[in-house]
Design a protein around this ligand. Sequence first.
Ligand SMILES: [Zn+2]
Length: 97
Amino acid sequence: MNILEFTKQFPTETSCKEHFRAQRKTEGVKCKHCSSERHYWLRAKWQWRCIECDFRTTLKSGSIMEGSKVSVRTWYLAMAFMTFSKKSISASEYNVS
Ligand SMILES: [Zn+2]
């Protein structure tokens, strides 16, 4: 993926949040309070609610973004840029050897 493809796939904060939510769902969301993995999704709040104990887990909670005020899209951009620059570094290394 290059930067143009990135901006096409993630044009808004919501598109990034949706993607991140799907990602976390795939990995499984674990309640910090009772360790249950069964949750309701509170769409309006962007939070999971534990079925067992009602504990709320935010989208960023338990991830690298926890406690960060920065938007999910900014994180995505930062991670994308790291990936892009790694690629260009390995490409130049390849040329040297
Ligand atoms: Zn719980």
